[in-house]
Design a protein around this ligand. Sequence first.
Ligand code: ARG
Length: 457
Amino acid sequence: MWGGRFASGPDAIMEEINASIDFDKRFYKQDIEGSKAHATMLEAAGILTKEDKDAIIKGLDQVRSEIDAGSFTFSRALEDIHMNVEARLKDLIGEPAGRLHTGRSRNDQVATDFKLYVRDTIDMFIGQIKTLQLEMVKRAEEEADTVMPGFTHLQSAQPVTFGHHMLAYVEMLGRDVSRFYGARKRLNECPLGSAALAGTSFPIDREMTAGALGFERPTANSLDAVADRDFVLEALSCASICAMHLSRLSEELVIWSTAQFRFVTLSDKFSTGSSIMPQKRNPDAAELIRAKIGRIMGALTSLMIVMKGLPLAYSKDMQEDKEVAFDAFDSLGLALAAMTGMINDLKVNREAMRDAAGSGFSTATDLADWLVREANVPFRDAHHITGAAVAKAEEKGCDLDGLTIEDLKEVDERIDSRVFKVLSVENSVKSRTSYGGTSPKNVREQAARWKEQLASS
Ligand code: ARG
């Protein structure tokens, strides 16, 4: 493509380090869409004849179907997807192919392709996350009354419901979706026509290409348009946060599915066995999702470091943006799909959860609250009195509701037998009716709100 100035071809190693076709062929669809929009605009602007434009569009459609069909031969000597497509177009239609590159460069072309690709990827993630949320909302409805221990420091804290726990993740994923929407909106400006870095002297219509490719507007500065990859970084950042959420839930599933917890059973479809220990059921899918954050966050770090310190405008360093990003996007896509399958298949062991919810003096706060409410004790004193009751129960080797009224009166005279009502885990969760609290009634309302929201968006 630049043979005019060169006496020899590249060294074999140069070709290997320089070529991106092995990975950027991934966005051939975006590349061809961009070229079609560009050719259409060139004709409208009087830069291409109608015959040339028609030949180019027809040729590009042909290239597209060859790649779709797997019959296209990619060549490393042609470096990247842009030149592979153009070279094949030249084979097919001859001279007009050489007119397509008027008023553009590979620099604005690759920025446009990648933006289109990231936009498509974001749209896919948004759909996937919503599907996962819906699955969780269904589980939340089914398990609105299922009492389980709520933890802080992974120590029993207060009883909550499993439905409430599911909805906590629905909220987190909801913010992930909104972050992806934000990233999508910011990236939706079209670089095409910025050319190599300075714009072009041809009377191109950038509004037209931007519109044809579904962008809101053309980018306003040609240097910025070809030099930044913040749109990839932002998508990777959203992906990292989402993967972090999935990783936390995965960790919980790993813990909950142990023989010690038995809160849940993962389906056969998302578990594996051991080649030596016949009894084993390993939560491999959960473990792998837990780990994906490493690669995704790694991609973000990697690209951030590639970009830092690069002077404007394009440098070949930026070709290193793709492999890590593709790997990260694939990883998140797979993690979301696997988590959706696992949640869908998850068996909740209500009894094990309920038993565990009652242990560890989890209703101690309810006893303290009762003293405040019924005996007008200041909360700090009630906390102290309850601490003494817990110590007594520990001494006797029972839970709080295993203490007799005599035991309790010994701790504090003002306690009477009405207190037993608040010491059960069921009553504890039922009483948490403050907005956002864990009561089954709240959980049902929140699940209904999410269902409606997910159906309407
Ligand atoms: N393959 C290149 C990339 O991925 C396309 C842009 C090349 N531009 C250039 N001036 N060499 O970044």
